[in-house]
Design a protein around this ligand. Sequence first.
Ligand code: APR
Length: 241
Amino acid sequence: MNVKIDKEGTIVILTGAGISRESGLDTFRCKDGIWSKVNLEDVATPEAFIRNPKMVQDFYNARRSQLMEDKPAPNSGHLALAKLEENWPGRVLIVTQNIDNLHEAAGSKNIIHMHGELLKVRCNHCGSLRHWEANLHVETECPDCAETGGLRPHVVWFGEVPLQMEEIYEALEDADLFMSIGTSGHVYPAAGFVQAVTQLGGCHTVELNLDPSEGATLFAETIYGPASEVVPAYVDQLLES
Ligand code: APR
């Protein structure tokens, strides 16, 4: 770590699928990743949900069941970020692209799921949003309005607007340190956060990834290796600095 951060400084941490890889959850674009097995146009767009809702529900049912049945545990990367939030005097915010619940399971509290959450569903008819662990089917009745056909995973699909963007940009404006962990830098707006904080000035940027992301050259500092190793090491340096 080649920089000093004010101890009262604000730390904004972007995470992607790579931080959950060592907990046993697949990434999207690595070799054998999710998008090498299924076409995202068939399962992760609003058009797909209209065209073939069963295929979309089955795709998320399989991923929700993996969370509920395999019970993946947070790894030392997730745990290090929870430790940072616990011990850092300033503000720590995790902005995750992940829809799993591993940051929560690790003990982090200050989290924005900008792409939604696998364990939540919402109703297109009445707008209700609720925790959901079971499989979802086209004929599943909404517990709030009793309509069928309207329940969908509370997940942001391609072509939809990510969640809590205003809150995210407010935090980026305030950031003294921006950490990007386990993301390929392929999907916007998340991939643009590093440019945003760089243009604002006064924020150190670091990429912690298995290998260089598409935005690697935009970071002031880059550290490569598995999240379970590089994240705890970086957090320890921050807390000791
Ligand atoms: N430790 C750290 N980084 C890792 C590890 C690991 N053990 N394993 C893989 N990675 C890195 C890869 O090098 C890659 O850069 O994690 C990144 C995963 O990239 P993607 O699979 O593209 O996942 P992500 O960046 O989170 O995708 C963003 O795309 O499909 C949409 O909505 C979906 O949120 C997702 C978004």
